[in-house]
Design a protein around this ligand. Structure first.
Ligand SMILES: *[C@@H]1O[C@H](CO)[C@@H](O)[C@H](O)[C@H]1NC(C)=O
Ligand SMILES: *[C@@H]1O[C@H](CO)[C@@H](O)[C@H](O)[C@H]1NC(C)=O
Ligand SMILES: *[C@@H]1O[C@H](CO)[C@@H](O)[C@H](O)[C@H]1NC(C)=O
Ligand SMILES: *[C@@H]1O[C@H](CO)[C@@H](O)[C@H](O)[C@H]1NC(C)=O
Ligand SMILES: *[C@@H]1O[C@H](CO)[C@@H](O)[C@H](O)[C@H]1NC(C)=O
Ligand SMILES: *[C@@H]1O[C@H](CO)[C@@H](O)[C@H](O)[C@H]1NC(C)=O
Length: 434
């Protein structure tokens, strides 16, 4: 009697467990099916797990089948973990003239364990603009996200489809700013340079032949961490599926800068594009309903919406989002770099520290006064002398709430703008750890 009772109890427990495991299995399979991308080092399907089927003649057979299933499940879980296995995927999200190339170097210089790409979305934006005028923001956002996701998996297929001309046999000579990516300039990705024919395709430290993206992909797979810098993602929200991909361990760093300084810098860097602003600076009032002003407002609103979402730390962004101000990086580069590395969970290597020291301090070497390296603390304030108060006021009007969020103080007049004893940067701790 008692024996029978025990057996039926075991049956019930076993069934409950099986039900549960089946749920887990189908959840995991669903997730994988949804999220799977090519070149992922994961099992391609989970049909091998669908082993329990009810036709067992004895309890011991069921028990053995169950144990086997459990082992396999553990095995697959382990493979899932290995897929992440401490590997980090860093997305540095910024806008132009916010110091993103500089901050990108913090990761580019990490050393042998980092695969860094500089602005791969340049090609995507270019093609979308050619084909559709780039006006469909949601289509662009999706293309950006899909390309980023593949690249985090070391898969260049989708990016290749945006390269012009289309690579032949995965060989390209047109990858934007290849030389800004150490990973694409080191051996063996730097394939032997053939004199004359490929004269143009050199890297900073050595001359390389055209880029073999198959080699690049192989090299990427061998690195533990991957970092991509981009100024093209407009809204953090659009990255959600990427961040939630269970095979990736995505860390987002949003880099922001005082929009007045950004405008000042863009007016110099993109002189032709900003000729209206230059005109306004010289003569008369700024038309508030001008397209350029609306664009500035749109940019500020996007940056603010992304930062607000990130700082709110919804579940999907827990421990995955960090906000960094350019001004803090320029003033405390070593400390901020250490914080960023702490946040990503990647070793802050001596190479990075050395690079930062070299590139943030005015050189005190023999050549003396005319040093090429700039004192980055001093650079932070330079914009205050290059933008007329009139334009600063326009930025304050259309980007005011964004500036408040990041702690950038308003100026009330020309004198205040150029008085360096008045700091325009509130000390602020964005408490991204939580
Ligand atoms: C799934 O894997 C099983 C065994 O590993 C294989 O027989 C089957 O063809 C695969 N199915 C698909 C759709 O890849
Ligand atoms: C049920 O599973 C057992 C053990 O894995 C297997 O031998 C048997 O062929 C399966 N039966 C059916 C109908 O799938
Ligand atoms: C676990 O996975 C490894 C590697 O894929 C495989 O060789 C091994 O047979 C698996 N073990 C079980 C119990 O499925
Ligand atoms: C924009 O792109 C989305 C997604 O690709 C598409 O569904 C939609 O129809 C497009 N809208 C326009 C106006 O082309
Ligand atoms: C590119 O690299 C792959 C992988 O090493 C190699 O098989 C292929 O031959 C290379 N392509 C060319 C054109 O050298
Ligand atoms: C850089 O400039 C800041 C502000 O003028 C100054 O305090 C600092 O000592 C300078 N650092 C170096 C290394 O020259």
């Amino acid at each position: 009697m008692r024996f029978k009772y025990t057996i039926s109890l075991v049956f019930i427990v076993a069934l409950v467990i099986i039900e549960k495991e089946n749920n887990i299995i189908s959840r995991v399979s669903d997730k994988l099916a949804q999220r799977q991308t090519p070149q992922t080092p994961l099992p391609s399907n989970f049909s091998g797990l669908a082993q329990l089927n009810g036709s067992y003649s004895s309890l011991s057979e069921l028990d053995s089948a169950f144990k086997h299933l459990k082992r396999r499940l553990e095995n697959y879980t382990k493979q899932l973990d290995n897929a992440q296995g401490g590997k980090k995927h860093i997305l540095l999200m910024a806008t132009t003239r916010t110091g993103s190339s500089f901050v990108g170097e913090f990761f580019n210089q990490q050393g042998g364990n980092m695969f860094y790409l500089f602005e791969p979305l340049w090609h995507v934006e270019k093609m979308l603009t050619l084909e559709t005028g780039g006006t469909n923001a949601s289509a662009s956002a999706k293309a950006y996200r899909d390309v980023l996701q593949q690249l985090f998996f070391c898969d260049f297929t989708l990016l290749e489809s945006f390269l012009e001309p289309l690579p032949n046999d995965h060989i390209t000579t047109t990858l934007f700013r290849r030389e800004s990516s150490n990973s694409l300039c080191e051996k063996p990705v730097c394939s032997p340079f053939v004199k004359k024919v490929f004269e143009r395709f050199h890297c900073k430290t050595r001359r390389c032949g055209p880029l073999n993206l198959t080699l690049a992909s192989e090299s990427c797979h061998q690195k533990d961490h991957r970092a991509i810098k981009t100024v093209r993602v407009r809204q953090l929200e659009t990255l959600r599926p990427l961040v939630e991909n269970p095979s990736l361990d995505v860390k987002l760093i949003q880099l922001v800068r005082d929009p007045r300084a950004v405008l000042a810098s863009r007016m110099v860097a993109f002189s032709a594009k900003y000729k209206n602003w230059k005109k306004w600076a010289v003569d008369g009032e700024v038309p508030v309903d001008d397209e350029e002003v609306k664009k500035l407002k749109g940019n500020c609103d996007n940056i603010k919406a992304s930062a607000e979402l990130g700082l709110k730390q919804p579940d999907w962004l827990q421990r995955r989002y960090m906000l960094v101000r350019y001004e803090d990086i320029a003033r405390y580069p070593m400390q901020k770099a250490a914080e960023m590395y702490g946040f990503t969970g990647i070793p802050f290597t001596p190479q990075v520290k050395k690079w930062i020291l070299k590139n943030t301090q005015a050189s005190k070497e023999a050549s003396g006064v005319y040093s090429t390296q700039k004192n980055s603390s001093e650079q932070v304030e330079k914009w205050r002398f290059s933008i007329p108060f009139k334009l600063a006021k326009v930025v304050q009007r259309v980007c005011g709430s964004t500036m408040k969020l990041f702690g950038y103080r308003f100026v009330n007049n020309e004198a205040m703008l150029t008085d360096k004893s008045i700091s325009l940067i509130e000390e602020k701790n964005f408490n991204y750890k939580k």
